[in-house]
Design a protein around this ligand. Structure first.
Ligand code: ZN
Length: 86
């Protein structure tokens, strides 16, 4: 994960964001980062209902894990107890 993806994750961790807001805040290329985060299942899309049915980005449990510095994505332990991650 790159720095930008981490920043996007952190922003979405604070509160759910519509896709359009992420793009206006992080720039057009952030679409790619969002796609990658979605592919990695760190983010998910929820569809709002009613008149303003925007696609809202939500962080997943896995995504939250990734925002912790001592999360180990080698063994998926938090904090890392396998020493691979550090
Ligand atoms: Zn580990």
């Amino acid at each position: 994960m790159n720095d930008k993806q981490k920043k996007i994750l952190e922003a979405i961790k604070e509160s759910d964001h519509p896709m359009t807001e992420i793009v206006s805040r992080f720039g057009d290329e952030s679409m790619k980062d969002v796609q990658e985060l979605l592919k990695g299942k760190l983010l998910e899309i929820v569809h709002g209902d009613g008149y303003a049915a925007f696609e809202t980005l939500k962080i997943t449990k896995l995504g939250i894990m990734y925002t912790y510095d001592d999360y180990c994505d080698v063994c998926e332990c938090l904090p890392c107890d396998c020493n691979w991650g550090n």
